[in-house]
Design a protein around this ligand. Structure first.
Ligand code: SF4
Ligand code: SF4
Length: 320
């Protein structure tokens, strides 16, 4: 099944292996989940840990999160098997690496088993403010330039998924992590119904339907990627967008979510935001905005999104 915007860029098309069965027989299964704050890394790891436990495995989970707030690195190790002694996965020992952000995925590649490891990565790029080399619009960024095709040389099996775009098409960007759970589910031989049952324990009740849809979309994406001819489409282009590509930052503000806390106004390095008469934030001086994303990362209410990607921006504007 292909949805608008759900472009495919699988860097390998061999079938995924039923690795949970292997874990039952021998060594613990090691799944490393990484991303940045606010993406739902911990939810993915908790759902997996809960599912593995319900299937009779001993499970150990460790995580680092919270200190960095939104935008900082978050990672979680999940290990399960007949017996698990340590909660952390040594370098080169992860059977599966699930990354919710492109550069984070590349950063953790040394943890993947070189010969058999499976890499599942959202092509979403979250460029941290400190990656801006100067504060002019269109300035070069210090951000990974590797393309999915280049990553292929470094992994036994890999999938670059435009999960965020797929989630946006479903009407809820926050379910991108569940699209990746759907992809992950095809690498472990737990029944799909059990995955869905585990998922519903960890998502808000009112979002169960969209989360299940996202999960099934991730599963079907992998199935399709395994059988289709590799294509380097928009997802790859998005991941590989030249770091110095010119862009015009565009702020998407959701007024109903803005609580007038003033954080973004005070911390915007260019002082280009203000609260309007209704005490809702607005971009007062767009020409000064560098697209540093600080406002998006710091807003506790997710009221601001900064669009930098020219392709994504064009699409959003075409829909409007
Ligand atoms: S940080 Fe978020 S909630 Fe606070 S003023 Fe800015 S947009 Fe509104
Ligand atoms: S408005 Fe946001 S993205 Fe633009 S310069 Fe200010 S903090 Fe950075």
């Amino acid at each position: 099944m292909s949805r608008p915007g759900a472009s495919k860029s699988s860097v390998e098309h061999e079938p995924l292996r039923p690795t949970a069965a292997a874990a039952k027989a021998r060594e613990p299964m090691n799944v490393l989940i990484v991303g940045v704050g606010g993406q739902g890394v911990i939810m993915v790891s908790k759902a997996l840990a809960s599912l593995a436990q319900s299937q009779g495995f001993e499970v150990k989970q460790s995580e680092v999160h919270g200190m960095a707030k939104r935008g900082g690195t978050v990672f979680s190790h999940v290990r399960f098997g007949p017996q698990v002694w340590s909660p952390t996965i040594p370098k080169g020992e992860a059977d599966i690496l699930v990354a919710l952000e492109w550069a984070e995925g590349l950063r953790w590649l040394p943890y993947l088993k070189p010969d058999t490891g499976i890499f599942i990565c959202d092509t979403k790029r979250i460029v941290p403010p400190f990656a801006c080399l100067n504060r002019r619009p269109g300035a070069p960024l210090r951000y990974s330039r590797e393309t999915p095709a280049e990553v292929k040389a470094h992994v036994a099996e890999g999938y670059a998924i435009d999960a965020t775009r797929m989630a946006e098409d479903l009407g809820n960007e926050r379910v991108a992590n569940v699209v990746l759970i759907g992809a992950l589910s095809t690498a472990l031989d737990f029944p799909a119904e059990d995955w869905e049952r585990a998922l519903t324990e960890f998502v808000p009740k009112k979002t169960i339907a969209v989360n299940l849809e996202a999960f099934r979309l991730g599963r079907s994406w992998i199935t399709e990627a395994r059988t289709s001819v590799p294509v380097v489409e928009e997802a790859a282009a998005r991941a590989a967008a030249p770091a110095e590509a010119p862009y015009t930052p565009r702020l998407e503000i959701t007024p109903e979510w803005c609580k007038s806390c003033d954080i973004c106004v005070k911390l915007c390095p260019e002082r280009c935001l203000r609260l309007n008469q209704e005490r809702v934030v607005e971009l007062a001086q767009p020409e000064k905005c560098t697209g540093c994303r600080l406002c998006e990362l710091l807003c506790p209410d997710f009221a601001i999104r900064v669009h930098l990607d020219p392709v994504a921006q064009a699409q959003v504007e075409a829909k409007a």
